[in-house]
Design a protein around this ligand. Structure first.
Ligand SMILES: [Zn+2]
Length: 292
């Protein structure tokens, strides 16, 4: 299933992370001993299988300065349940500009589906429905990255403009880190097929099955056409430290408002809020009992 637009290339050397497993391109000039994604130690590796190369690079449009600014704004706007000194005490450890990888596919398919819904039922709780329709899939992004989590890529995905893609990585100041595709083709096809299945289910439930609750949904997808292309997406990965612990924040390289990350919570503030809530409840009960 699917035609790749070009052939994989010759062997390359990559830096493989011992922590998250991401592989990034290796260059003499920009040698990074630590993983740009998670900060773990990397090792030089020459993969035995030829690696597929990125053909489309979405360029950076957000500068390092803008990314740093966005991180500071994000940190100070996280809300009450964070430590009060978070913004002032957090120390920015590193800010790396990198490209993470994903497949973008385009497909036309015939989707045959069946499922039960709560619409049209009489005495039984569920009624069966089925249908068949031609479904186009355009510019659907399926992450191939090992360096970023699903939560992170979910947050960033819609911030990228695919039509701005170039043949070379562009727009980043300084060191250029490009993640490598190192997932076999069969696995790639499977991920693309899964993404298509999920999308088809979502679309059918959203617009073709009447009702609001569904069960036993199944869909068979017959592909008429599938083109998969390899893309790389720009992001800033920030590592910051708060009281000895390391945290990671990721910002889209095309929209600095797309920022996702973990940050510490303040146990005392959370306990304080719970105590205040309990106190308010106790007061309310007292008032009610007095009124009654
Ligand atoms: Zn790593």
């Amino acid at each position: 299933m699917g035609e790749y637009v070009d052939r994989p290339e010759a062997k390359v050397e990559v830096l493989r992370c011992n922590g998250c497993g991401a592989a990034v391109s290796y260059s003499e000039t920009a040698r990074a001993p630590k993983c740009a994604f998670c900060g773990s130690v990397t090792r030089l590796e020459t993969p035995s299988d030829p690696m597929e190369q990125t053909r489309h690079f979405v360029p950076f449009t957000v500068s390092r300065g803008e990314a740093t600014e966005a991180y500071r704004t994000w940190l100070s706007g996280l809300g009450f349940f964070r430590p009060s000194d978070l913004a002032s005490s957090a120390r920015l450890e590193s800010l790396k500009a990198l490209w993470w990888v994903g497949w973008v596919f385009l497909a036309d398919a015939l989707v045959s589906w069946a499922g039960d819904s709560d619409y049209g039922r009489r005495k039984a709780s569920w009624a069966p429905h089925a249908g068949r329709l031609e479904m186009p899939f355009r510019d659907i992004l399926v992450p191939a990255t090992r360096g970023l989590s699903e939560t992170e890529t979910d947050h960033l995905t819609s911030s990228y403009r695919l039509d701005t893609a170039r043949e070379q990585p562009e727009g980043a100041e300084g060191e250029t880190i490009v993640e490598q595709f190192d997932i076999r083709r069969s696995a790639a096809r499977q991920r693309v097929a899964e993404a298509m299945g999920q999308l088809a289910e979502h679309r059918v439930k959203d617009g073709f099955i009447p009702g609001s609750r569904f069960r036993n949904f199944s869909a068979a997808i017959l592909l008429r056409r599938l083109v998969t292309q390899r893309y790389a997406f720009p992001a800033y990965v920030i590592a910051f430290r708060y009281r000895g612990r390391l945290f990671r924040t990721v910002i889209s390289g095309q929209d600095s408002t797309r920022i996702v990350g973990r940050a510490p919570y303040s146990v005392w503030r959370i306990l304080g809020a719970i105590c205040a809530g309990l106190l308010a409840l106790a007061l309310l009960i007292m008032l009610l009992s007095l009124a009654g």
